[in-house]
Ligand binder design. Structure first.
Ligand code: HEM
Length: 417
């Protein structure tokens, strides 16, 4: 029997779902974005928002920003926080995102800058060169297995296990259950859109608890027996600073969940787009060294993270208006990346364009993605290995999209050599 608190939460979730649906029906563009049937192509909605000005005021209590200039300004200004004290208010449209329940988002770590300094060495260029060799080995091994089949799934056979294996090894986890981790990724990724049912809430809590246990065990093991991995590094005090165990466990969860779902989506989104535009695919086949540019253009054109939420700590000016403290901003990265004030011919996908790197796919400012160098290297390796070994790659069926709005990517992409 559900208890009263659980019943209350269920009613609240249902009310919120009804609100999203009714707002969407009444033309609210953020409401429409949250309806799953719009997930195939949210870009026309972003253009409708842009047509109303750089800040679109949704009746769902959010201001959606599609202007590149304004997104950048907000991201670089400490007067905007990642979220306020009430996560429900800023995780549209469901109940609450991961932050409410877990310790794996960095705000709960005591000092963000100190934390970044401790984690950053794992992503320095020298380290990325070391990881690259292993990433190439894993990519080839996965492709050997995929190509042994008549038809394979580019996501589940390649784009998903590749970053899962890389980040797990980087953290010091050997022989992980790739399917189980992909399942964790799906659950935590879905929760960013908001938790919409009791079942989803339970699944989310279970995933977080299991990951907590896994990493707490790993931290104990590495304390007793240090290895050549990130957890062992994090356990070493830096000068007079050391991360408490709880923060190391939280960091592992954050790196794991932030580090593979997004990269899987980058590789799958890029391959899908190249397959939809075979002229671009052939360009890459002819010159595999264009792979980093193809990944960059994909990050601009179809970013794996579509939006990020910020809350104003104080009053601010935007679009000729004064907005009050606690204004919740939905920074629409997918929209900012197609801002015609910054990108020439923004809706065309061109792997040789020169302005692609101005995208905001990894954000900007204090929370700029720590793992960007790793993600870029993995995408480069994945695309190069694919075009070099499978130049005749073709899709054999319709891609299946992930049922998420904040994270954009694919669950399946059937393909053949
Ligand atoms: C294509 C792949 C990736 C994309 C598109 C991506 C995107 C992002 C974005 C948009 C944020 C900011 C979130 C926010 O503040 O709202 C972020 C933060 C972060 N990302 Fe990534 N990411 C990717 C890969 C990775 C990888 C491979 C790792 C680590 C292994 C990683 C670790 C992190 C961490 C730790 C943060 C938090 C940084 C902070 O708050 O200071 N990401 N990422």
């Amino acid at each position: 029997m559900p208890n009263t608190a659980e019943l209350r939460r269920t009613v609240k979730r249902q009310l919120r779902r009804a609100t999203v649906w009714s707002m969407a029906r009444r033309g609210d563009l953020v409401g429409q974005l949250m309806l799953h049937e719009r997930l195939d192509d949210p870009y026309p909605l972003y253009e409708k928002m842009r047509a109303r000005g750089p800040v679109y005021r949704s009746r769902m209590g959010l201001h959606a920003v599609t202007s590149h200039e304004l997104c950048t300004r907000v991201l670089r200004d400490p007067a905007f926080a990642r979220r306020n004290e009430e996560p429900q208010r800023v995780t549209p449209p469901g109940e609450q995102g991961p932050s409410a329940d877990s310790n794996f988002l960095q705000e709960e770590l005591s000092d963000h800058m100190r934390w970044r300094r401790l984690v950053a060495p794992a992503f320095r260029p020298r380290k990325i060169v070391e990881y690259r060799r292993r990433t190439e080995e894993v990519a080839h091994r996965l492709l050997d297995a995929a190509l042994a089949k008549d038809e394979f799934d580019l996501v589940t056979d390649f784009a998903s296990p590749l970053p899962i294996t890389v980040i797990s090894e980087l953290l010091g986890l050997a022989d992980v259950d790739v399917e189980l981790f992909a399942h964790y990724g799906l659950i935590t990724g879905k929760a960013i859109d908001g938790i919409r049912s009791t079942r989803q809430a339970n699944e989310f809590r279970t995933a977080v608890r299991e990951l907590d246990e896994l990493f707490a065990g790993l931290v104990r093991k590495r304390r007793a027996e240090p290895g050549d991995d990130l957890v062992s590094e994090l356990l070493k005090p830096q000068g007079d600073q050391a991360l408490p165990e709880r923060e190391i466990v939280g960091t592992c969860q954050l790196l794991l969940t932030a580090g593979f779902e997004t990269t899987t989506n980058l590789v799958s989104n890029t391959v899908l787009r190249l397959q939809e535009d075979l002229v671009q695919w052939e360009k890459l086949v002819d010159d595999p060294d264009l792979a980093p540019m193809a990944a960059e253009e994909s990050l601009r054109y179809d970013p794996p993270v579509q939006y990020s939420i910020r809350v104003a700590r104080e009053e601010f000016e935007a679009d000729g208006r004064t907005l009050p403290p606690d204004t919740v901003l939905m920074l629409v990265l997918g929209g900012a990346n197609r801002d015609p004030d910054v990108f020439t011919d923004p809706h065309s996908f061109d792997i040789t364009r020169s302005d692609a790197t101005s995208h905001l796919a990894f954000l900007s400012g204090a929370h700029y993605c720590v793992g960007a160098p790793l993600a870029r290297m993995e995408a480069d390796v994945a695309l190069k290995v694919l075009v070099e070994r499978v130049p005749g790659l073709r899709m054999t069926g319709r891609p299946v999209r992930r049922p998420t709005a904040a994270l954009r990517g694919l669950l399946h992409l059937p393909a053949t050599a």
